[in-house]
Ligand binder design. Structure first.
Ligand code: ADP
Ligand code: SF4
Length: 676
């Protein structure tokens, strides 16, 4: 059997109720940070997935009416005819490539705060919202009747917008999960008490959705296969529930109780981690099943289908990192798959109220605004380019420029490519991050016009002598040793002493053991990951942060809880709301961030994870000397130290826009157009 034929099973069409999916690749609902506010951006992005071969492409959580408003998070809405028109852009874009479009009807219940609509939030009983000082209004029978009518009307609008699959969504802690919960649902009417009663509303909504749109649309239920936790709906009850409702919908879309597992980052969760929890559902219900697992290996996908775990290979992140994953599998081009690294930066868009970004796929979210296609770059180029620095920015720029036809020389002083990605991928839990490097190196094997020179430190004179038509400086950034960061906004002399280490020191092989105080004023992964590394090399670590929790920004990537758990398990002492302000070789001085209080803590060395300084001396020397005949640009961390996704994006953009007339205007997506 040919390499391509090996995966034929994944390309069989599958019937889902009244509709047929062209293959088994299924983009499950996932948030995008675009929601109702950016319909054209969203349509182009979802359409790209269909073009890339995903057989079913779904929306994100889509509110049925104004009583379910997740502001400030960018959720979708299907409240009215305007939404129908906006969402039909997406359905059309998906249909254009022969895929099915799915829409996830959603009601947030007590979870949301309705900050935009100011409608009372609704709950199975009165409960505090997830974040705000707001409690829900307990729903009485007339509220339940109104909700059912509203859900039905939303399903009809979804159908009218052209969607083929319509979801009922009783999980993830939202309204319907409240009804299912043993502890939250304290009702004494027919919607409370026994499992059958608690499931009544879910059953009604499934039946009413089938009745309303079932002639044209498949009805899917997104449900946690192992319940919602002991106090809510335990695994046995979840099984009973799925058994009870099993035959009603046309498809089961399965998740698990622990959201940190369901969309766990690669630091904490392996590929295919849901299998054990979801495997029973297919046989129990006799209906097609989809589930996720951050699948990037076609063999894992094939194995799950072959063994009858799922009918559809579900994906959110793998479809974000590579919208063309199915096409590449079909064409036997597995080595071209841009594998997700499991960093969860894509999720951070929604958490921060901004459109999605992806570390591996810089075109994600730019399909409409900039007209970027993940697999095609139309503008050809010619001439020579020298890129100094083969970190993520330099590698991506070389990749794009190579594809455009430039003759590219990529030089790095290190003996191996990848820059920070290579260094960081050796830290605990970050091995998959090396995929950022490996994907690009893999592409170079097909680009004879891209040459990589390692062990090649370039001075300004070297660069000038090279004589390239274009020079891109991608020399990265180094962690600061002087304490400057968010808290100390200028160098701290009492920190600029012997025994002060930086993350670069540790990554470059300095072994720190004994008593280590690690000061994290960066608040993302580096502090916690280095703490793990230090413990592994025998240190006793005290982790000090100006914030209230270790790695506080990683709430955005859904890593906050597992981060605390891991540090606690490793015996790392976590000291919050303190800044390290001095070190004398025996003890670190800690300042309280709220008062004049000071304390000392014994330490043999301290590690400062504060901020990074651009390595831009080469760039400035070249600018100052004016010895170049061609163009000069700086990209990535050398210009603006940031996350890896930003460096890749910067390299990609520079690669696309090098040369005359190649920078299209950046469009602005608007929902409300005021008539002239
Ligand atoms: P980015 O994230 O912006 O891509 P990195 O820090 O990951 O930046 O990578 C920068 C790369 O630049 C490193 O691999 C480093 O070895 C290389 N580099 C820095 N200065 C020079 C120089 N003068 N000549 C050649 N390579 C350099
Ligand atoms: Fe995967 Fe990271 Fe891209 Fe998300 S941002 S799809 S986790 S590579």
């Amino acid at each position: 059997m040919s390499e391509a034929g090996r995966y034929d099973l994944l390309f069989e069409s599958v019937r889902i109720g009244p509709v047929t999916a062209p293959n088994r690749f299924y983009q499950v609902p996932h948030c995008t940070g675009m929601g109702y506010a950016r319909p054209q951006t969203l349509a182009a992005m979802r359409g790209m997935k269909a073009e890339g071969g995903w057989g079913v492409v779904c929306t994100e959580y889509c509110s049925i009416d104004q009583s379910s408003d997740d502001t400030p998070y960018p959720y979708a809405t299907i409240w009215d005819e305007d939404d129908v028109r906006n969402l039909s852009l997406m359905a059309d874009a998906v249909h254009e490539h022969g895929a099915l479009a799915g829409l996830e009807l959603w009601h947030g219940g007590s979870y949301v705060s309705n900050l935009l609509t100011r409608a009372p939030t609704l709950g199975v009983r009165s409960m505090p919202s997830r974040t705000d000082p707001v409690q829900s209004m307990p729903m009485d029978r007339s509220d339940i009747r109104a909700l059912r009518a509203s859900h039905r009307a939303a399903a009809l609008r979804a159908r009218d917008a052209g969607f083929d699959v319509v979801y009922v969504y009783p999980t993830h802690g939202y309204l319907l999960a409240e009804f299912l919960s043993r502890s939250l649902n304290t009702r004494t009417d027919e919607y409370g008490g026994s499992l059958e009663n608690r499931a009544r509303l879910v059953r009604e909504l499934i039946e009413e959705t089938c009745e309303a749109v079932g002639d044209r649309c498949a009805v899917a239920v997104r449900m946690s296969a192992d319940g919602h936790g002991e106090n809510h709906l335990d695994a046995d009850e979840a099984r009973d529930l799925i058994g009870m409702l099993g035959p009603l919908p046309d498809l089961w879309d399965l998740v698990v109780a622990e959201y940190d597992d369901e969309m766990g980052s690669s630091r904490f969760t392996r590929e295919g981690a849901l299998e054990e929890s979801v495997a029973y559902v297919r046989a129990l219900t006799g209906k097609p099943v989809v589930s996720v697992g951050r699948f990037t290996s076609p063999d894992t996908m094939l194995s799950q289908v072959r063994r009858g775990v799922v009918d559809f290979v579900g994906a959110a992140r793998p479809s974000i990192a590579d919208p063309f994953l199915p096409t590449k599998v079909r064409e036997g081009r597995g080595e071209d798959i841009r594998e997700c690294i499991g960093c969860n930066i894509c999720y951070a868009g929604n958490t921060r109220g901004a459109p999605i970004r992806c570390t591996q796929n810089p075109t994600m979210g730019e399909e409409w605004r900039r007209g970027w296609h993940p697999e095609r770059i139309d503008a050809a180029g010619e001439g020579t380019v020298l890129i100094v620095g083969a970190g993520p920015a330099g590698l991506e720029a070389a990749h794009v420029l190579g594809r455009r036809g430039f003759t590219v020389s990529l030089a790095d002083k290190a003996g191996e490519p990848g820059g920070r990605v290579t260094r960081e991928s050796r830290l605990p839990g970050l091995a998959e991050w090396a995929r950022v490097r490996d994907y690009r190196l893999g592409q170079f094997t097909r680009l004879p016009n891209v040459s990589l020179y390692l062990g090649s430190e370039m001075s300004a004179a070297d660069v000038a002598e090279f004589g390239a038509d274009h020079v891109l400086i991608a020399t990265g950034a180094r962690w600061r040793r002087d304490g400057t960061g968010r808290w100390h906004q200028a160098p701290v002399p009492s920190l600029d002493v012997a025994g002060v280490l930086t993350p670069d020191d540790i990554m470059e092989g300095t072994v720190a053991d004994g008593r280590i105080v690690l000061f994290d004023d960066d608040h993302y992964y580096m502090g916690p990951v280095l703490a793990e590394q230090l413990v592994a090399s025998g240190a006793r670590v005290t982790y000090v942060t100006t914030e209230g929790r270790a790695g506080s920004w990683s709430h955005a990537t859904q890593e906050l809880v597992p981060t605390q758990r891991r540090l606690i398990a490793l015996g790392v002492e976590i000291v919050v709301s303190k800044a390290v302000s001095g070190f004398d070789g025996e003890a670190a001085t800690l300042d309280c961030v709220y008062s004049d209080g000071q304390s000392r803590i014994a330490a043999d060395a301290i590690v400062l994870v504060t901020s990074r300084e651009p390595e831009d001396s080469l760039y400035h020397a070249l600018k100052r000397d004016r010895a170049l005949t061609g163009t000069l640009h700086r990209i990535g961390d050398c210009g603006q130290p940031s996350i890896i996704a930003a460096a890749v994006y910067s390299g990609h953009k520079a690669g696309r826009e090098l040369g005359p007339g190649t920078a299209p205007p950046s469009l602005r997506d608007r929902v409300v157009v005021v008539p002239a």
